[in-house]
Design a binder for this molecule. Structure first.
Ligand SMILES: Cc1cc2nc3c(=O)[nH]c(=O)nc-3n(C[C@H](O)[C@H](O)[C@H](O)COP(=O)(O)OP(=O)(O)OC[C@H]3O[C@@H](n4cnc5c(N)ncnc54)[C@H](O)[C@@H]3O)c2cc1C
Length: 457
């Protein structure tokens, strides 16, 4: 048994909240994406920050790897225990600690999911905007610096986390940031932890910025004959500063997947799905302005509604896009690409991706948070045909090369995990070595999510 001394000490700390049962190991060795199963040696369910600190002290003493686990929805194998050891599942640390409506902020535990938080906020007039397609945990979202459909208006986790409580590799507990809306006090350790993917510390509490629920919301959808017209419409919408709360692109293959999965009846053409927030008159005027831009770019009539049930149906469709696409090829696993480019370069990035997919053997519907210049191709590979995974990886590689050449990034929101480490040097140059220096300073024994994100020691 690997790490026997660490596991014995952890067992006496946690009792039945430490598991070595096969179902628990398997459940924490799977990812949403194409990575092979990688079960850890044990799974822990702490309930307090003090327990997390003690877990890390024990694991540091025995050089046992520790990998945080939120909802397990990350797409690049982030939460897989690549070097074995312990997975720390935050499911039992899922409470809201405080909501301060007058300051429009709240403090929560990391295992709370974004949907559960918004359910609790419903009657306060406030909401938390960051909405990755999955019902992820807020700790996992902070650790991956997640974003979603509303980022074009409200920002990503980078903009909506005011402070953190973090347990470091040696068991020390630090607090980063404050509840002030701005601060010039020293290094920004909150920013350092956001997107660190569990390699620098385990997050045990988050102070989040909340937003007022808009007085009026209008959501709508429109079809285009050509992908390039839809993308050109997005670019112009952003450039003329129409304040979209959401502006999402799906291609014809994704529209077909929606029809089959959700029983809707969309034309099998590229679409934009949008939302506007504000005062009723403003929202209507902005919907008209957007409709005019759609018409200028050859789109069909822009149909929009302020009815809550119609809006919910539209965004449920979008949030289920990944599963709708997966259902198009039963038994397939997905390699989900995730590039982001400056918005002025979006059209060429999307078109080159479309042509590349069309020339290859792997189906790959394209969709994305195009208002941010971010899009995905969901490459559907047959797990029994290794040549398809190789073809998909080749496609991803070319997409990343193009994104970097256009001044973009290898990952707009999903993060690095196991799948994107090989692009870190190309994207960050010497900056990647600096990430390694920070990692060694904070985690000299390399116990926190080893084998991910930073250069190997
Ligand atoms: C259908 C679907 C749609 C998606 N859409 C989006 C999207 O629109 N935008 C987006 O950004 N992502 C998206 N994702 C990816 C995923 O939902 C995000 O990466 C999310 O932030 C992961 O959260 P999680 O709770 O599942 O984290 P996990 O997968 O459990 O963990 C992710 C990483 O965070 C670390 N971690 C988890 N908890 C902690 C903690 N408390 N302290 C320190 N480290 C921790 C883990 O070790 C791991 O490295 C999507 C995924 C799916 C399946």
């Amino acid at each position: 048994m690997p790490f026997p001394d660490a596991l014995e000490a952890l067992l006496s700390l946690l009792g039945e909240r430490l598991s070595r049962s096969n179902p628990d190991l398997e459940a924490h060795g799977r990812s949403e994406s194409h990575f092979p199963p990688t079960p850890p040696d044990a799974v822990a369910w702490p309930e307090t920050t003090g327990e997390v600190a003690e877990i890390l002290r024990i694991c540091a003493a025995h050089a046992c790897p520790v990998v945080g686990w939120g909802a397990g929805t990350s797409l690049e194998g982030h939460a897989l225990a690549a070097r074995g050891g312990l997975v720390v599942d935050f499911a039992r640390m899922d409470r809201i600690l405080e909501i301060r409506a007058e300051d429009m902020d709240c403090t929560v535990q990391p295992g709370l999911t974004r949907e559960a938080l918004n359910r609790e906020l419903r009657d306060t007039g406030l909401f938390f905007p960051v909405d990755p397609g999955a019902n992820a945990s807020l700790g996992g979202m902070a650790a991956t610096r997640a974003s979603g459909t509303t980022t074009v208006r409200y920002g990503s986790m980078r903009d909506n986390v005011l402070g953190l409580e973090v347990v470091l590799a040696d068991g020390r507990v630090i607090r980063t940031g404050s509840r002030a809306r701005k601060s010039a006090s020293g290094y920004d350790l909150t920013a350092l932890m956001l997107g660190s993917e569990g390699t620098l510390g385990l997050i045990t509490a988050l102070t989040l910025r909340l937003h007022g629920q808009p007085e009026a919301v209008a959501a709508g959808i429109c079809a285009f004959d050509r992908m390039e017209d839809a993308v050109a419409c997005v670019i112009e919408t952003i450039q003329c500063a129409l304040p979209m709360a959401r502006i999402e692109f799906v291609d014809a293959a994704t529209a077909a997947a929606f029809n089959a999965y959700a029983g809707v009846d969309l034309p099998e053409r590229p679409h934009l799905l949008v939302e506007l927030h504000g005062a009723p008159a403003t929202v209507e005027a902005e919907a008209d302005s957007f409709g005019a831009l759609v018409a200028e770019h050859g789109g069909a009539a822009f149909r929009w509604s302020r009815k809550a049930e119609e809006r919910s149906a539209l965004w449920a469709l979008r949030h289920n896009a990944y599963y709708a696409i997966l259902a198009q090829r039963p038994g397939a696993r997905a390699l989900v690409t995730d590039i982001c480019v400056p918005v002025s370069r979006l059209a060429e990035a999307v078109e080159a991706t479309r042509a590349d997919i069309a020339a290859g053997p792997v189906p790959g519907p394209i969709l994305g948070h195009v208002g941010d210049g971010n899009f995905h191709a969901v490459l559907l590979v047959d797990p029994d045909r290794p040549e398809e995974l190789e073809a998909a990886k080749g496609l991803q590689h070319r997409m990343v090369e193009r994104a970097l050449a256009l001044g973009g990034t290898a990952t707009g929101e999903h993060g690095v995990g196991m799948g994107k480490t090989s692009y870190m040097a190309a994207e960050h140059g010497e900056g990647w070595q600096v990430m390694g220096t920070l990692k060694r300073a904070l985690d000299p024994r390399n116990i926190l999510n080893p084998g991910k994100l930073v250069p190997e020691p």
